[in-house]
Design a protein around this ligand. Structure first.
Ligand code: RB5
Length: 143
């Protein structure tokens, strides 16, 4: 299991707390990069913090989770960083396929879109699905 770094803005703060609790209960090594309350803040700051560390692999086998109101702003910002394949998922099929085919290294979720139960299922599937490699390796290298 990779180490997970996670962050949100105010719009994703409550869902982030649920995900941290859920993953800690499974013994996952998880580090919270903020924000630390529902006070208004700017999602690009948190997207960049997490995406930079995932791209650099500064903490070894590392994946990221980013949450905002929709998940869209976080995914747009994270995907600006070279080497990042951030996937905004609202269903479990996409979560599985984006690991198998895209070797997704950041999962983006929207607290105002996806309920807690489904979000936790998405997280579990995304974390526990391996990249298939093969023809998909060549394709991600083309990005
Ligand atoms: C904040 O209101 C909201 O814009 C943000 O959480 C996110 O949804 C942006 O994409």
């Amino acid at each position: 299991m990779p180490k997970i770094i996670i962050a949100s803005d105010h719009g994703g703060y409550n869902l982030k707390c649920e995900i941290v609790k859920h993953l800690k209960a499974q013994g996952v090594d998880i580090e919270d990069y903020g924000c630390y309350s529902t006070e208004s803040c700017d999602y690009p700051i948190y997207a960049k913090l997490v995406a930079n560390d995932v791209a650099l692999g500064v903490k070894g086998d590392l994946k990221g989770i980013l949450i905002c109101g929709t998940g869209i702003g976080m995914s747009i910002a994270a995907n600006k960083i070279k080497g990042i394949r951030a996937s905004h998922c609202t269903d479990t099929f996409s979560a599985r396929m984006t690991r198998m085919h895209n070797d997704s290294n950041i999962l983006c979720l929207g607290e105002r879109i996806t309920g807690i139960g489904l979000a936790l299922d998405i997280v579990d599937i995304w974390l526990n699905t391996e990249f298939e490699g093969g023809r998909h390796q060549k394709r991600i290298e083309m990005i």
